[in-house]
Design a protein. Structure first.
Length: 438
């Protein structure tokens, strides 16, 4: 009998569907690295005196089950059966996560809120969504700005960025794919952030940053290495692993292409806007390269058979499952509404998605598909779905339709992530839809 999570319209979504989506979008690589890293970090955590008691594990397991909406034993068993993992596999995965979290607490705070914000706000799509989020929070707090305040803030920002001449500002805006309206939105968001802090309101929370990071795997992958950079370097030294100049240059070139920073001048402006020096970036790049090498050189981890089980048990998988559900719903709704996609739309979006996911040329893209045994047709289907989603986003109907379906379909709510649907809703544009879950 076929095992599947549930059906969406006429489509049945099973474990293979979700894994294929993750492999295509880079999420599988991120989850794979995360799972492999957990085993390495667990070793270091124990050496550092970190312990995980049975009580801690039980509490964490209860929390995770509640988050997944799997409160009943039969619901949990059905979920595990569909994943084709055992309860022991799931609990082992949670234990590894606990050691990781405890080690991070011992090493210090997460990089995401501080360093990630500086980098994230330099990416157009992310910057705009962040600015909108900050503006919404300011509106809820009834914060008002006048033209004089905005002009002072704009002048101060230009001085801080050494953009004294109009030509300097124009180069800066061009390099970050911004126009004057985008600059004004950024200035407004910057000033609102200061005022929100004065009201003891966080302009950007850790959860919000983490949600935004999921949209750009190349950034998320780079930043995630920073938290445990010292651990990775110690393990690399133990294994006699190093990074050559050629490897560092290749990584930097791929990173620049992924963010369309083709000119050195634009890359330098990006670094400045992200609050980084070239030395900072090289340390981040070296850590990312060494992480991959450490994992590849830890044979007992790669060949233990636990990596894919860990991926399935991770939040990366359950988040991807939500994405797959939403895509099927939105595409069906778009087709019912007669939404049309042109070949030009598909080609432009295909090129953009390839850049975001690091597939800079045809050979790199082909190797990625072959490595994960994915077809070119599957990529075309994915791009078409994304095109429909973007069209529907423009009409601002997608989120409400998705939430309405999730609310009314008891099979979905009972089978997978009732708790996560509510959390997922917070990232959607139609905030009033949350009332369905309250």
């Amino acid at each position: 009998m076929e095992k599947f999570f549930f059906s969406v319209r006429n489509s049945r979504i099973n474990c293979t569907d979700v894994l294929k989506f993750m492999k295509l979008t880079g999420l599988f690589h991120t989850a794979h690295t995360y799972t492999a890293m957990n085993s390495i970090l667990k070793e270091f955590a124990k050496k550092a005196g970190v312990t995980v008691s049975d009580e801690m594990l039980q509490s964490y397991a209860d929390y995770k089950r509640k988050q997944l909406g799997l409160l009943k034993a039969e619901q949990m068993q059905k979920y595990l059966d569909t994943l084709e993992v055992s309860l022991d596999d799931w609990e082992n995965s949670l234990e590894d996560e606990l050691y990781r979290n405890e080690l991070r607490n011992k090493l210090g705070g997460s990089v995401y809120v501080g360093d990630a914000w500086n980098i994230l706000k330099t990416i157009p799509e992310i910057r705009n969504s962040i600015n909108d989020l900050i503006a919404e929070k300011a509106a809820n707090c009834k914060l008002d700005l006048n033209d004089e305040e905005l002009q002072k803030e704009s002048d101060a920002l230009r001085r801080a960025l050494n953009l004294h001449k109009k030509s300097d500002l124009e180069v800066y805006l061009t390099s970050l794919n911004m126009n004057e309206d985008d600059w004004e939105k950024s200035v407004t968001a910057n000033l609102m952030s200061k005022k929100l802090k004065q009201e003891n309101v966080s302009p950007l929370t850790k959860a919000e940053v983490a949600g935004i990071l999921n949209r750009y795997p190349v950034i998320k992958d780079l930043l995630s290495k920073l938290v445990f950079g010292n651990v990775i370097r110690a393990k690399a030294s133990e294994l006699n692993l190093t990074v050559s100049d050629d490897e560092l240059n290749a990584y930097t070139e791929n990173f620049r292409r992924a963010l369309a920073l083709h000119k050195l001048e634009h890359f330098n402006i990006w670094l400045n806007a992200a609050g980084l020096t070239i030395d900072d970036f090289e340390i981040m790049a070296e850590t990312a390269i060494l992480t991959k090498k450490v994992i590849l050189n830890t044979d007992e981890i790669l060949h233990s058979g636990n990596i894919e089980k860990g991926v399935k048990c991770s939040s990366f998988f359950s988040d991807a499952l939500l994405e797959v559900i939403s895509q099927e719903l939105v595409v069906a709704d778009a087709k019912e509404k007669g939404v049309r996609i042109t070949n030009k739309d598909l080609q432009e979006l295909s090129d953009a998605l390839r850049r975001v996911n690091g597939y800079h040329n045809a050979s790199v893209f082909k190797k990625h598909l072959e490595f994960y045994d994915l077809s070119a047709e599957y990529w075309e289907e994915y791009v078409e779905k994304q095109a429909f989603i973007r069209k529907m986003k423009q009409s601002q109907t997608t989120d409400k339709k998705l939430l309405e379906y999730l609310h009314n379909n008891n099979e979905v709510l009972d089978s997978v992530k009732a708790g996560a649907f509510k959390e997922y809703a917070y990232n959607l544009s139609d905030k009033t839809a949350l009332e369905w879950f309250n």
